[in-house]
Design a protein around this ligand. Sequence first.
Ligand SMILES: NC(=O)c1ccc[n+]([C@@H]2O[C@H](COP(=O)([O-])OP(=O)(O)OC[C@H]3O[C@@H](n4cnc5c(N)ncnc54)[C@H](OP(=O)(O)O)[C@@H]3O)[C@@H](O)[C@H]2O)c1
Length: 265
Amino acid sequence: MAQLILHSLFEQNQYKPEEVLGIVGQPKSIDRVVNQFPAELSVVHSNDLKANNAWDSPVKLLAIKPQNLHQITEKISSDRTFSQDEKPLLISVLAGVKLAKLQILFPSHVCVRAVPNAPAIVGAGLTGLAWGDGISIEQKLLVERIFNPTSEVFQLPEDQLDAFLALTSSGPAYLALIAESLADGAVAVGLPRNLATKLTNLTLEGTSLLLKQKDLHPGELKDMVASPAGTTIRALRHLEEQGVRSALIEAVVLAAKKSRELSEN
Ligand SMILES: NC(=O)c1ccc[n+]([C@@H]2O[C@H](COP(=O)([O-])OP(=O)(O)OC[C@H]3O[C@@H](n4cnc5c(N)ncnc54)[C@H](OP(=O)(O)O)[C@@H]3O)[C@@H](O)[C@H]2O)c1
């Protein structure tokens, strides 16, 4: 996720590679990361003394796995103290780590929680943002500028981020599972695998565009497609019998519940 955000920042000329210090968890990851970026980007591992320099910078992006959070400890060098009105910014993309916890772990920082999703890779992402205490208008604009190139950005109260994540961050996985199953169905009735996958993806894309461009409610689109006594209503009846609608509702509810549980640890 950090690499994706960095790529878009460099593409948009928001930061130059020489202005950024990348930190990875293991020395062996350095080469892999360096190879994907311009040579001017410095990358070090977290035990390297240079990693401490990151704490002197005005903006940090925290993108480790939540279970590794205990390894990160704020270090402010003795020759640099930040006054209350110039607290540096810490942007966390960690699922389920609340602002209150971030603010305890990083007391010298103004914290922001960001919930991006995977379609950001192709510039079609969604990012939810919840602001920590004391954030300035300039810092809010800066955070939006970081996520705007890859995502549509939504500012939300923090208590809505679990639902946002359950729908938008996990959503691509639900839709991928549905897409795979639909393609399996098409293979079962005779289409070659490659064609079935291609047609499934195009059907998803076209449906999404139709919903968006005509501003249709999903129910309207369903009713448009399902003609009386036709093929679609026959298939829909089966999906309703199998409880697909309820399964999808519960999937989102369970993902949000899991996200809340993670944030309680
Ligand atoms: N993937 C998504 O779609 C998505 C969506 C929304 C939010 N997120 C959030 O984004 C975060 C990262 O997810 P990801 O999928 O990008 O994970 P990832 O690919 O495993 O990346 C985690 C990075 O953190 C580094 N790291 C681990 N321990 C470190 C330490 N002590 N100091 C410095 N760096 C350390 C790892 O380096 P090494 O590999 O060298 O250990 C790795 O580069 C997670 O908190 C997740 O909740 C992900």
